[in-house]
Ligand binder design. Structure first.
Ligand SMILES: [Cu+2]
Length: 204
């Protein structure tokens, strides 16, 4: 296989690794990510779609097209809800069970969670949906099945907070404690406002 000097450079600067959501479909790089984060970050993620966050800010700084506030690397690694992806945003119902799959290419023991994040604040809404206090432990002979295949339940208490595409993401977040590496992967979804919220709105 032909490897150019450029791709060797990319390989040298990024630690290949280590995880992302494979089901439901996660955010992927596109035109909006490129506009917000610049080509350095975008090409890093295109080159390794499981890469960790920590290497990205350093790479981004050298890129004149990088806009820290718009890119927001600590939310979905700067990946944006692309125009072309809006038609694929999943509409969930409160209480719906969602089966998720994660691909982990290199293990680093740490903790992980799956949560609903408000994209405006980059904060968890309510409680974490799932939490692992021991995750992706390379010292175990085999990875526990629930590290990569699990279900979450969409809360019934979201009200209208996730009514519009882009308001919220379902985020898988993993921190390798010894490796000091963070992995984030996001699913775009909406939840229609629940009836009590609608009634309140009509009363107001
Ligand atoms: Cu690593």
């Amino acid at each position: 296989m032909h490897i150019s000097i450029l791709s060797l450079g990319l390989l040298a600067t990024q630690v290949l690794g280590h995880g992302l959501i494979t089901k439901p479909w996660p955010r992927t790089p596109g035109a909006l990510s490129l506009a917000a984060c610049g080509p350095t970050v975008t090409n890093n993620i295109k080159g390794d779609n499981t890469s960790h966050v920590e290497g990205l800010p350093e790479a981004a700084m050298t890129d004149a097209k990088y806009n820290a506030a718009e890119c927001n690397l600590w939310l979905c690694r700067g990946l944006q809800l692309e125009e072309s992806a809006k038609a694929n945003v999943i509409a969930y119902t409160p209480g719906q069970k969602v089966s998720m799959s994660v691909k982990i290419s290199i293990k680093h023991h740490g903790t992980a969670n799956v949560s609903i994040i408000s994209t405006k604040t980059n904060k968890i809404i309510g409680d974490e949906l799932l939490y692992w206090d021991k995750y992706a432990d390379e010292r175990l002979p085999a990875m526990p099945a629930n590290n990569t295949q699990f279900d979450v339940v969409i809360p019934t208490t979201l009200g209208s907070q996730c009514a519009n595409a882009g308001d919220c993401v379902l985020q898988w977040w993993w921190y390798g404690t010894a490796a000091r590496q963070t992995y984030e992967s996001c699913v775009d979804f909406t939840v229609a406002p629940t009836m009590p919220m609608l009634e309140k709105r009509f009363e107001a």
